[in-house]
Ligand binder design. Structure first.
Ligand code: FAD
Ligand code: AMP
Length: 475
């Protein structure tokens, strides 16, 4: 086999595999090395996202939401079901089949594009050489004109709360529970903690969420965060803010999780604990001495605005570099880098990266929150529209939440859009496109939205920014 490539990508997650495919589309010879190991020891492309993150979590969120809707919403529609039940094993099998199909699909894409997949470990050596160790332990030294590092991230451990793979697990472990825990503690009320907490809460677990910060979802617009907290608490998530976990000990009656809040030391006893306090870049055994690639104080690979490391023709993308740890951010960086390598134009607009929390109601935003825009010295105007006033949302029995548009009061440029409600993650795409084109709120106002659709809520929110909404009183 050829040991020399135009491009070698180390890491086959949602950052690395698109980089490899785009580089091949650009007529370059490409190999993509990935070392992911499943629990059964098998290898799979797709990284954390496909194997232990985005996709399996969305599969379980969908299943558990269907159950929740059957239990709590069907009656309102006049749909009567007796003896609603569920089967966790079946849910897990469905999830596993989706993951298998998606990860296998990457190999099919590689084949079609002409990318050489290499299952095993990659280590960058000086001079754009890569040491590849195959699954059987054999080593080969490969040579590349360009190397793209896409080694991703791993769950952040919490001192004093040691993973044991059974009672105390990380996010991957929480996607693999074979039965619903009676009492569950999720440490960290970030995106991952809330999604996983929602899954098991809907299936019946008494769920406590411990969050060190006093503020709930500080990265979201404050009115969205307030609305979300209200809904999650109504759903039975026992969210305790200002609760800093210090340790956990497994005893006879379960796991004792110790935390400190305003009132002092507290203990909660549960059957299982999920540590979801964030992720950290993964660069273990990735870089030999003398490569010229530098890590920052938090362990991220240092790159410039175009994902160039300090070493010539060595690039880094995705979770192992600065910026939000999101699959679509990594994908865009991968595509941009592959285009830059081919001498084309490649660019990532970091100001228009959407964030989505796949809870119910769903939460999505892009751009600045109202608070961030004001703090940045902008004079802002805002418009909001509640889904309760949307005919389509009412017909769907999904009237909770709202759309909010934040625009510059002078230029009318859209600075941010914040949605909590049905299909928020889909609706935000229109706002991302609008911001990509530096649209004004008037542009959204003059865009025709089909009736009756959820997207009309965004239209009306833009109109409301100029007190010209039609379907709600303007205040
Ligand atoms: P990874 O997906 O981590 O892939 C890196 C790959 O490189 C891995 O396969 C790893 O084994 C391999 N690798 C590392 N080092 C080497 C080496 N030296 N040699 C060979 N291979 C190596 N993001 C979203 O955008 N939307 C979501 O809904 C979402 N949900 C999530 C839910 C959960 C539970 C979790 C944990 C994460 C979620 N994320 C979500 C985050 C998302 O998974 C990450 O942002 C994304 O996977 C990062 O992609 P990446 O390619 O940079 O890294
Ligand atoms: P994210 O970074 O979005 O995945 O969210 C992780 C969350 O975990 C953040 O909101 C952190 O404040 C929270 N967190 C971190 N350490 C602790 C801790 N020791 N106890 C409780 N919450 C924590």
């Amino acid at each position: 086999m050829n040991d020399s490539f135009d491009v070698i990508v180390i890491g086959g997650g949602p950052a690395g595999y698109p980089a490899a495919i785009r580089a091949a589309q650009n007529k370059l010879t490409v190999a993509c090395i990935d070392g992911w190991k499943n629990r059964d020891g098998s290898s799979a492309f797709g990284g954390s996202c496909l194997n232990a993150g985005c996709i399996p979590s969305k599969a379980l969120l969908e299943s558990s939401e269907l159950l929740h809707r059957a239990q709590h919403e069907f009656a309102a529609h006049g749909v009567q079901l007796d003896g609603i039940g569920f089967d966790v094993t079946r849910m897990q099998q469905r999830k596993a089949a989706i993951v298998k199909g998606m990860t296998g699909g990457i190999l099919a894409l590689f084949k079609a594009a002409g990318v050489t997949p290499l299952a095993g470990h990659g280590r960058l050596l000086p001079g754009r050489k890569v040491e590849f160790t195959g699954a059987d332990g054999t080593k080969r030294t490969l040579q590349a004109k360009h190397v793209v590092l896409a080694s991703g991230s791993e769950p952040m451990p919490l001192r004093g709360v040691d993973f044991d793979g059974k009672a105390i697990v990380d996010s991957w472990g929480a996607l693999e529970f074979e039965a619903v825990p009676k009492r569950l503690c999720v440490i960290g009320a970030g995106v991952i903690g809330l999604e996983l907490g929602s899954v098991w809460r809907r299936l019946g677990a008494e769920t406590v969420v411990l969050e060190a910060l006093e503020q709930f979802l500080p990265m979201a617009d404050s009115v969205v965060a307030k609305e979300a907290q209200r809904h999650f608490r109504k759903q039975g998530l026992d969210i305790r803010l200002g609760a800093k976990v210090a340790g956990a000990k497994t005893g006879k009656s379960g796991v004792e999780v110790r935390y400190a809040d305003k009132s002092g030391e507290q203990v909660v006893v549960v059957d299982r604990v999920v540590v979801a306090i964030g992720r950290r870049p993964y660069t273990q055994d990735l870089l030999a001495e003398g490569t010229g690639v530098v890590l920052d104080a938090r362990g991220f690979i240092q790159v410039d605005d175009h994902c160039r490391t300090g070493a010539g023709n060595v690039w880094a993308i995705g979770d192992c570099v600065r910026g939000p740890m999101l699959a679509h951010k990594g994908k865009e960086e991968g595509i941009a880098v592959a285009d830059l390598i081919a001498g084309q134009y490649g660019h990532v607009n970091y100001k228009a990266i959407p964030s989505v929390i796949y809870t119910a109601p769903e939460i999505a935003w892009v751009g600045q929150t109202e608070e961030q825009a004001r703090a940045a010295g902008r004079t802002v105007k805002t418009g909001s529209f509640p889904f309760a006033a949307s005919g389509r949302a009412r017909a769907m029995e999904a009237g909770a939440g709202f759309c909010k548009v934040v625009a510059d009061a002078g230029s009318d440029e859209i600075l941010g859009v914040h949605i909590i409600g049905p299909m928020a993650g889909e609706l935000i795409a229109e706002a991302v496109l609008a911001m990509e084109y530096s649209a004004s709120s008037e542009d959204l106002q003059r865009t025709i939205h089909a009736h009756p659709t959820l997207s009309e809520a965004l239209h009306e929110a833009a109109l409301a920014a100029d007190r010209r909404a039609i379907d709600i009183p303007n205040r």
